[in-house]
Design a protein around this ligand. Structure first.
Ligand code: PRP
Ligand code: URA
Length: 207
């Protein structure tokens, strides 16, 4: 599986703000939005483009646009904090929604919402979730996409644990990962270490 870690001082600085337990919720949300912009910018780099002609005030010029508008899929709740920035960078994108709540005893994902187009064949899909911990929620989400014919899937995550990266690899699904960091691992509660805590709670409060 192709994994791309965005290695940039501005991304690292935003991630530091998000990691800091002293960062309040509004500042955390704002850092997530800005970091999403950088992750999407990198994730889109190899997307297929098509050329077309535009007229500048002076002369005709060759222009480019994305060949196929992608589908963005935020995984609720925490992925919601990434979707506004991602869709403003790619205004022609569409948005589908998946809701997953991890059971904090078993660490298994519990799906509670699935709002996706029926046919995803030929459509690039970007799954937005700040955290890839055990990988259970992401693999479950990708299953839903593959069932609908998706073959070009990118997981866009702020922080990934090696266990989550391995789970994506082992799934055999057609997915690549773009992240700002691969951290040390998981603790006994399956939280990423050092991580940034609970990305949903830090944006929206405890559920
Ligand atoms: C978090 C996170 C991922 C999941 C990662 O969501 O946003 O979806 O946990 O863990 P995993 O890789 O072990 O599955 P959570 O279930 O806490 O829900 P929330 O976004 O509503 O807070
Ligand atoms: N979900 C989170 O929000 N944070 C973690 O570290 C693991 C799962």
């Amino acid at each position: 599986m192709d994994t791309h870690v965005v290695d940039h001082p501005l991304a690292a600085s935003l991630l530091t703000t998000m990691r800091d337990a002293g960062t309040d919720n509004p500042t955390f949300r704002s850092a997530l939005r800005e970091l999403t912009q950088m992750l999407i910018y990198e994730a889109i780099r190899d997307a297929e483009i098509e050329e077309f002609e535009v007229q500048t005030p002076v002369a005709p010029a060759r222009g480019v646009r994305l060949a196929t508008p992608p589908l963005l899929v935020p995984v609720l709740r925490a992925g919601l904090g990434m979707v506004e920035q991602a869709s403003s960078l790619i205004p022609q994108s569409q948005v589908g929604f998946v809701g997953m709540a991890r059971d904090e005893q078993t660490h298994q994902p519990v799906p509670y919402l699935e709002s996706l187009p029926d046919d995803l064949s030929g459509i690039p899909v970007y799954v937005l979730d700040p955290m890839l911990a055990t990988g259970g929620s992401m693999v479950r989400t990708i299953e839903l996409l593959v069932t609908r014919g998706a073959v070009d899937i990118t997981a866009v995550c702020v922080v990934a644990a090696p266990e989550g990266v391995a789970a994506l690899k082992d799934s055999g699904f057609p997915v690549r990962l773009v992240t700002a960091s691969i951290d040390e691992g998981l603790n006994d509660d399956a939280y990423i270490v050092p991580g940034l805590g609970d990305a949903g709670d830090r944006q929206f409060g405890p559920r």
